[in-house]
Design a binder for this molecule. Structure first.
Ligand code: URP
Ligand code: ZN
Ligand code: ZN
Length: 456
């Protein structure tokens, strides 16, 4: 036995109970009352604290070339910030370049990630070039441990977009090989048409980023993707869903028995499109943009009633000087916001304030992610045999988010000044203490690649 966590209240997606946890070789080996610490084992007294499974961020973009630059957090900085926010596994996106093989792309990314990762990580691969060979290679990727693929229905100029034919082919294939297709759903033609109109009228502020891709632009693409998934009876995961009408379609499809999943993000739950009218509105520019109050309320309802299964960050930060490229033209703002260190503290604080239950937060930020993407029960819960990815949470700690107390490499945060009720005080990654009381204690290279299982 290496570690015993005593006297805490364990919270999983389904249960809340007082018990001790014993850890050995990075795994939980025992959960029970009055576990006696063996010689040499470290003791953590969690009296008055909650003991939770580490969060799993299903959606990050670390050092990703995008928007004319590269997102500001390296794997080291991003996973360091993750550890400090109670995230113990990160799903990052590998972008397949034109002509590149899927395994080649993943292995290339692993060589960058392996020496830097401070917590465990896995990947989804964004397919940008679906040749017949790549269609065949999808099966190999599933067997390799990367069974989820993302298709961008937008970002034509960036060379990431695929058309409906590609989406249909990938969905059809995914069903046979046990893969999961994820989509970024917005309508690119509508966006282009509206951007052209606004720029020609001299409407260039961040508010027009929102107006160029409002609720109906996202909803149409949500509906289209769901339509194709239904047609092929294939599972579908909609990333960063931000609008009410699209969510209604997800709910309808799920009620009809289709395996459709929806993810939303904390920035859509906390802010509304009003942020784009602010002086620093460009810092909030992400796609899909943050929507109006009605959508925000629908997203919270969707979490509560199970229509939304996961909350992830879409962490894709850029430095202020990069966001400033779009001061006079919203189309020049690199798209993406930060949040990897804020996901769990924000959601847990909402639970602590009474908006949702702690169990629900664990479910959407950890357990469901592990189940959907194929790494449960190794990840996503507190159970004997699972990895000792554990967060100790102090429900009485007050915390005000500021750039100064964050651990990423970004020079600002959209979460500046947000007051949180409760905060993580320790994070263990496979039994190793990687964060304590505001200090990062981990090491780059500790994080391991997690192979995920396909759906067959
Ligand atoms: O604005 C965003 N979301 N940037 C990251 C790339 C993406 O679309 O997920
Ligand atoms: Zn996206
Ligand atoms: Zn994203």
């Amino acid at each position: 036995m290496d570690l015993v966590i005593k006297n805490g209240t364990i919270i999983t997606a389904t249960d809340t109970y007082k018990a001790d946890i014993a850890v050995e070789d990075g795994k939980i080996i025992m959960i029970g009352k009055n576990i006696t610490q063996t010689e040499g084992a470290k003791l953590v007294d969690a009296s008055g604290k909650y003991v939770l499974p580490g969060a799993i961020d299903a959606h990050t973009h670390l050092e990703m070339p995008f928007g004319g630059t590269t997102s500001a957090d390296s794997y080291e900085a991003g996973t360091r910030a993750a550890a400090c926010g109670g995230v113990t596994t990160v799903f990052d996106f590998v972008i397949q370049r034109k002509g590149q093989g899927l395994i080649e792309a993943v292995e290339g990314r692993r060589t960058i990630c392996d020496p830097q990762a401070c917590v465990d990580y896995s990947f989804h691969t964004a397919i940008t070039d679906l040749t017949p060979e790549i269609l065949e290679e999808m099966k190999e990727s599933v067997e390799y441990g990367v069974p989820s693929f993302k298709l961008f229905m937008v970002y034509k100029k960036e060379g990431l977009m695929v058309d409906d034919g590609v989406l249909a082919k990938a969905l059809e294939k995914s069903k046979d090989i046990g893969a999961l297709i994820a989509v970024h759903a917005e309508n690119p033609d509508l966006i282009d048409m509206r951007i052209e109109k606004f720029l020609s009228e001299g409407k260039t502020s961040a508010w027009y980023h929102y107006l160029s891709r409002p609720e109906f632009v996202e909803a149409e693409a949500n509906k289209r993707a769901i339509h194709w998934a239904k047609a092929f009876d294939a599972p579908l995961y909609i990333v960063h869903l931000a609008n009410k009408e699209g969510l209604e379609e997800v709910t309808k499809a799920r009620n009809e028995g289709y395996e459709i999943y929806a993810e939303t993000c904390p920035q859509y739950l906390h802010f509304t499109n009003e942020v784009y009218k602010r002086e620093d509105g460009r810092n909030f520019v992400c796609s899909p943009p943050i929507k109006g109050k009605e959508s925000q309320e629908a997203l919270w309802k969707g979490i509560l009633n199970g229509s939304i299964q996961t909350v992830a960050t879409d962490h894709c930060p850029f430095q202020s000087y990069e966001k400033d490229w779009g001061k006079d033209d919203f189309t020049k703002i690199p798209n993406g916001c930060m949040g990897i260190e804020n996901l769990y503290p924000y959601m847990l604080s909402e639970a602590n304030k009474g908006r949702i239950s702690f169990n629900k937060v664990v479910e959407v930020c950890s357990t469901n992610v592990a189940k959907i993407f194929g790494c449960a029960p190794q990840k996503g819960t507190i159970a004997a045999g699972s990895d000792a990815d554990i967060v100790i949470y102090d429900p009485n700690k007050k915390f005000v988010v500021s750039k100064e107390n964050m651990h990423s490499d970004v020079d600002h945060t959209i979460w500046e000044g947000i007051e949180l009720k409760g905060y993580p005080v320790m994070t263990f990654s496979r039994g190793k203490l990687v964060y304590k009381d505001g200090q990062f204690l981990g090491t780059p290279g500790h994080g391991q690649f997690i192979k995920c299982k396909g759906r067959k």
